[in-house]
Every structure is written in structure tokens, then in C-alpha cells.
Design a protein around this ligand. Structure first.
Ligand SMILES: C[S@@+](CC[C@H](N)C(=O)[O-])C[C@H]1O[C@@H](n2cnc3c(N)ncnc32)[C@H](O)[C@@H]1O
Length: 257
């Protein structure tokens, strides 16, 4: 079970997750990510024991990103998922990454020096709840640890479905609930108590790194997210647990007609 801590961030997260608090949540989330952008990649490596890059590569492989594909990476942050897709889509492909945190995009931009065998990537500032892209524009959409941060998850999923071409596929890589009881207790201890301390030491950001675990408390479990994706219009929705369910990769397909 997710621990009930006395951390005041828990109350904040519960408050901003109320449906009437969407603007508040967006402001809070932009503030969190702008404040941790400079240490984001390093902290990701520390928190995931270096596994986060492998998980994105695995997601791109499971999705079947092909040479020449058009890919949208939602909530791209520092563009790591966009880079993984650019390798698979090759020089004839095209990748767009968007995020509403200018701070995060700033740390993604220097990574975009294109290699000859990779798709060009453009990074844009946009809100996942109202995408500035045409209906049926992309072959694939990826979102890594972004859906959990949305002020309206259902609306975000509907927008992903809208911009996919019929038959296009969506990969949502996000935190899950570990499936083995003893492991889950160790994991929650690490995530809720150790991660904020590492955040304080490495990035001088205790509150922002308290937000990350607490954002899990109100996020749907694996089966619930699967149901939400189905309600948003995806078919063949399935998920794979990674790191014994600490992470989950959900994949869904937009109907062909
Ligand atoms: C945990 S980071 C993930 C970054 C990246 N996808 C990765 O896998 O490392 C979550 C990102 O979602 C972005 N985000 C949250 N809500 C958003 C929204 N409504 N529109 C656009 N970006 C959003 C945040 O700014 C942040 O950069």
C-alpha cells in the first residue's frame, strides 16, 4: 500500500487533483518541472538505477516504430523518448516533441544535433490537453511519465487518440504499482522517503522530489489506466509490467476506420 506520509506535498497533490483545480495543477506541475529541469536526467538515472533509457528503447521497439514514421512524443521533457524514436524512425522519419515546461525543453534542445541515420526532431511548447496538431497526423504517439501529471487524464488520452492516424499506436510509459508485496514495500520506502532526500542532495529540490512519489497516489493502477485508454477510443489495449510493476508500459491502437 502507498504510505500515508505527513509530507505537506501530499495534501497539495490531493487538492490540485480535484476536477475544479485544473489550472492550479498545471501551474504547480510547470513550477515543479521548471525547477528540476537542470538535474532531471541525472536524477532519472539515479532513481531508476540507469534503467530509464532502456525502458524507452523497449517501448519504441514494442510499439514497432518503423523507418519513415511520424512520431509525436508528448510531455517530452528533456527529449529522451523523442531521441529513442528518432533512431527507430530513421532519416526519412519525423519526430515532434512537445511539453509545456520551457525549462525542460531548454535542456532537451542541445541534444538535437541530428545524426545522419536519425529522424529530425523538433521541440515545441504545447499543452497536452489541447494539442495544436491535426487530427490523424501521426503514426505513433509516445508519452513517458507525462500522463500522470495531466490535470485531466481522460482529455489527454482523447487528444492522443485524435492526433493518431487510424491504425496508429500509442505507448504510455509511466509509474505502476509493484506486484510483489515485499518488493512493493521496499520500493515505496525508497520512492517516498529516499528519493526526496536524493533530490535535496543532488538538486536542492526536496519539495519537487516529494511531488513525484505523491503524484502516484492519485494515479490510476495499471488495469484502471487500461480501462481509461479503452474509454478514450483505443482498442487492443494491453500493458507490460517493468521492474515488477514499478513501471508499466501501456500500448493501444486507434481503430482503423
Ligand atoms: C516526468 S517528466 C517526463 C519527461 C519525459 N517524457 C521523460 O520520459 O523523461 C513529465 C513532463 O510532463 C510535462 N507535462 C505535464 N503536464 C503537461 C501538459 N499538460 N502539457 C504538456 N506537458 C506536460 C512536464 O512539463 C514534464 O516535462
Amino acid at each position: 500500500m502507498i504510505p500515508k506520509t505527513n509530507n505537506p506535498v501530499r495534501q497539495t497533490v490531493e487538492r490540485i487533483n480535484q476536477p475544479s483545480q485544473e489550472r492550479e495543477k498545471e501551474k504547480y506541475v510547470v513550477g515543479v518541472f521548471d525547477s528540476i529541469a537542470n538535474a532531471y536526467d541525472l536524477m532519472n538515472s539515479l532513481m531508476s538505477f540507469g534503467l530509464h533509457r532502456y525502458w524507452r528503447k523497449y517501448a519504441v521497439r514494442r510499439l514497432g516504430v518503423f523507418s519513415g514514421a511520424t512520431v509525436l512524443d508528448g510531455c517530452t521533457g528533456t527529449a529522451e523518448f523523442a531521441l529513442a524514436s528518432a533512431r527507430a524512425a530513421g532519416p526519412k522519419g519525423r519526430v515532434i516533441g512537445f511539453d509545456f515546461s520551457a525549462g525542460m525543453l531548454k535542456y532537451g534542445k542541445p541534444k538535437l544535433n541530428r545524426r545522419a541515420n536519425e529522424a529530425p526532431i523538433s521541440l515545441q511548447q504545447a499543452n497536452a490537453l489541447s494539442l495544436p496538431y491535426k487530427t490523424a497526423q501521426f503514426d505513433f504517439v509516445t508519452v513517458g511519465c507525462g500522463i500522470r501529471n495531466l490535470a485531466d487524464i481522460d482529455q489527454g488520452l482523447r487528444e492522443v487518440c485524435r492526433v493518431l492516424k487510424p491504425g496508429g499506436k500509442f505507448a504510455c510509459l509511466d509509474l505502476g504499482r509493484p506486484v510483489i508485496p515485499i518488493y512493493s514495500q521496499l520500493y515505496y520506502f525508497f520512492f517516498f522517503y529516499v528519493v526526496p532526500l536524493i533530490g535535496k542532495l543532488v538538486a536542492s529540490q526536496y519539495e519537487a522530489y516529494s511531488y513525484l512519489p505523491h503524484s502516484l497516489a492519485t494515479f490510476p493502477k495499471q488495469e484502471e489506466l487500461q480501462a481509461k485508454m479503452q474509454q478514450a477510443g483505443f482498442k487492443n489495449v494491453h500493458y507490460v509490467n517493468l521492474a515488477e510493476g514499478a513501471m508499466a508500459l501501456h500500448i493501444g491502437e486507434k481503430s482503423a476506420a
